[in-house]
Write a protein that binds this ligand. Sequence first.
Ligand code: NAP
Length: 313
Amino acid sequence: MSGFPVLVAAELRELIEPSLLDGLDVTWLRADEPTPEGDFVAAIPLLSRWMGGTEFKRLPQMRIVANCAVGYNNVDLVAAEMRRIVVTNTPDVLTAATADLTWALILACARRLLAGVELVKSGGWSGWHPQLLLGLELDGATLGIVGAGRIGQAVGKRALGFGMKIRYASRTPKPGFEQATGARRLELKPLLKECDVVTLHVPKTPETQGMINLETLALMKPGAILINTSRGDLVREEALAIALEEGRLGAAGLDVFTDEPDIHPRLRAAPRTVLLPHIGSATLGTRRKMAETAVANVQAVLAGGPPLTPVVP
Ligand code: NAP
């Protein structure tokens, strides 16, 4: 087979319509295989594969890394820039799916879904009781969105249907979002003090890493709920486990962790958590669109054109 030699994550194979790969000579690379040396001109990695200076040294012809995710913290952008390697991501196509999953976590935490399921399945349910598994009433409660970008705003728009008030923290104001939802912008600390549910949607950067820690958790309302569907590194996991153990935090709904697939043992054992295996964008339609967006970026750059969705740090 002839064509541009490209590396593509093998796990994406069944999601990509073969005709989209016309003109590409694909080497399918499993997640557990190291990045090989070679004259590959493009790579479509999963977010679990680090692409940095060492990898780029082994790939002297590389022209584009088309990450199959909207986050791109697995790519060393400085090293890429030095080599003039284009980096792209897959924004927008996964916004709705990730916002939906965020709401699945909010509802599961607020209404103690897992405790209810466990009670029924264990045979321990002894009938309707007015005080059984009382949860948080979302109607009239306040949702705090940390990072009101694409996904944060989509989560906020869904909150209107649940009658929630909305606060958000973002580097720049979002007047359109405020107008559409009545959301009010706050600094992080006042937001944490005011909100009943806090949901994280900032990317992982040096500024956001560890932003939820012992000190900031202590600012949250007693019984508040923390949701994270962005990146695990935003939260100090041991500090979160302690806040749950001590009963200060009402619940935590997490889709992402610092050392995936490992989870801090104290957090895994902590009470009132809903822990998911990083499935924010996991619908078939979304995963297909993510893979196809990555391939379209590769095809555009190899054809000499601009990338469709370049990463803008
Ligand atoms: P986005 O549109 O770029 O939104 C990120 C927002 O964070 C931007 O509005 C940005 O503010 C804001 N921000 C950045 N640094 C900040 C800081 N220090 N303080 C406050 N706000 C800050 O990205 P997105 O498409 O919504 O995706 C967000 C993240 O979700 C991704 O980075 C990814 O890690 C994660 N994600 C996870 C899954 C999953 O499977 N669980 C799926 C998709 C995405 P400005 O607008 O003011 O610059």
